[in-house]
Design a protein around this ligand. Structure first.
Ligand SMILES: Cc1ncc(COP(=O)(O)O)c(C=O)c1O
Length: 433
């Protein structure tokens, strides 16, 4: 045990010396917790502690960890073919996954471009939109419109359409393409969306449509930009505006896809079909990094019939067979169970479990949608203080800013949801001023 502890101490020292963790200082990094294994909804730390995982590894691990069905799909594919390039070659994991995605997505979205992460799927979507207009003889249409509080990833194109204040615009200044931003929708999920809620977006489109390639939004749930839920009716109005000004519509469902909001895709709350759809995160059940950008015939034919007659993107690990095989298994696993009921159960358990937080003096809002539960505080949490408190309570919750939230694996049982919610509420109570 002592030797093991020493080994872990050395490991953590080496981590501190050489590794740069996400959104973290290299010289003054807060402690990291070593994980040795993960099973079901639990992470096991090196010191033997088990944590109920409320984050599903940044919202991906919908079936939990070490799932026999996903393990089997991955192992079977490993012994067949781990990777081949996708230029000039194809393989059944990619073809079968593409067929499955096209079947699940709205009818018109019938062309799939695979990439290796959510941010890249967004880059691909933006490039598709801009290249489309170039191909059909409108090369001036290059600008993008997005929403304040939006988050679409950390690469340059994606960053340019993230919220200009909470995103990284001030750091990267002129290097980022200058885009247009409409206010985040003020109409809540269950509220009507009036014309006034979308009037600035309408003004932007009216004024600039000749130079706008596309509007990109996260439908219904703005995730990393604030965990805000908004009225599906906003999307209906947005689609109508895009149609009338001949601007493409991109939905980024990287966070919301595969059931998280109670529908397979959040766009189903509105019955609105975008021209381009980005998927990632839960696509592989959290096993491998993979993303997909789907588009309709208008985009794929437009680009293919224009100059240079090809879509100009091609990642080395495009359609990685291991990732495609496990994604197919993950989607089939979701489809063969009553997942809507599961999300409804999680929704009512999260709603009930987090409700006591509303009584706390440092809480301004508690909200839930599908398998998403959010406690919004009146000021940003001090991560160095709060993170160990969650671990002490036996849960893995990673807040950001003023938000203490959970997006648990769908397989989480009632008892564990109860413990998770209790730990969230009690921790928030403990840091109340
Ligand atoms: C809506 C949305 N788009 C894009 C991304 C970027 O995905 P990735 O981190 O896989 O690059 C994220 C990640 O949180 C996201 O929530």
């Amino acid at each position: 045990m002592t030797r093991q502890n020493n080994e872990w101490d050395q490991m953590i020292d080496a981590d501190k010396r050489h590794i740069w963790h996400p959104y973290t200082s290299a010289i003054d990094a807060p402690p990291v917790f070593p994980v040795v294994s993960a099973q079901g909804v639990r992470l096991e730390l090196a010191d033997g502690r088990q944590l109920i995982d409320g984050m599903a590894s940044w919202w991906c691990a919908i079936h939990g960890y070490n799932h026999p069905v996903l393990n089997k799909a991955l192992c079977a594919q490993t012994s067949n073919m781990s990777h081949v390039m996708f230029g000039g070659l194809t393989h059944s994991p990619a073809v079968e996954l593409a067929e499955l995605l096209v079947d699940l997505a709205p009818n018109s979205l019938n062309r799939v471009f695979f990439s290796d992460s959510g941010s890249v799927a967004v880059e691909v979507a933006l490039k598709m939109a801009i290249q489309y207009w170039y191909s059909v003889g409108q090369p001036k249409k290059q600008k993008l419109v997005s929403l304040r509080n939006g988050y679409h990833g950390d690469t340059f194109g994606a960053m340019s359409v993230c919220d200009p204040e909470t995103g990284m615009h001030h750091l990267f200044g002129d290097v980022l393409a200058k885009q247009l931003f409409a206010p985040a929708p003020e109409c809540g999920f269950a509220e009507d969306c009036d014309d006034r809620h979308i009037s600035t977006m309408a003004d932007i489109l009216l004024k600039h449509h000749r130079e706008i390639a596309a509007v990109i939004v996260e439908p219904v749930v703005q995730g990393a930009g604030g965990m805000r839920f908004y009225s599906p009716q906003y999307l209906v109005k947005l689609r109508a505006l895009c149609d009338s000004f001949d601007v493409l519509l991109i939905f980024d469902e990287i966070a919301t896809g595969f059931g998280r909001t109670g529908k397979m895709f959040a766009l189903e709350h509105a019955g609105v079909i975008p021209d381009i759809l980005c998927l990632g995160k839960a696509l592989t059940g959290g096993y491998m990094t993979l993303a997909a950008t789907l588009c309709n015939d208008r985009i794929s034919s437009g680009i293919s019939q224009g100059e240079p007659g090809a879509f100009m993107h091609g990642p080395t690990f495009m359609a990685n067979p291991l990732a495609c095989a496990v994604a197919k298994a993950s989607i089939e696993l979701l489809l063969c169970q009553p997942w809507q009921q599961t999300i409804e159960r999680l929704h009512s358990e999260l709603t009930e479990g987090l409700a006591p937080a509303l009584e706390l003096p440092n809480v301004v809002d508690v909200r839930t949608l599908g398998a998403i539960g959010v406690i919004e505080l009146d000021k940003p949490v001090d991560m160095a203080v709060v993170q160990p408190m969650f671990v002490e309570r036996g849960v893995w919750i990673r807040p950001f800013g003023k938000l203490v939230y959970t997006m648990p694996p769908y397989i989480m049982k009632t008892n564990d949801v109860t413990m998770l919610c209790r730990a969230m509420v009690n921790t928030v109570a403990e840091i109340a001023h």
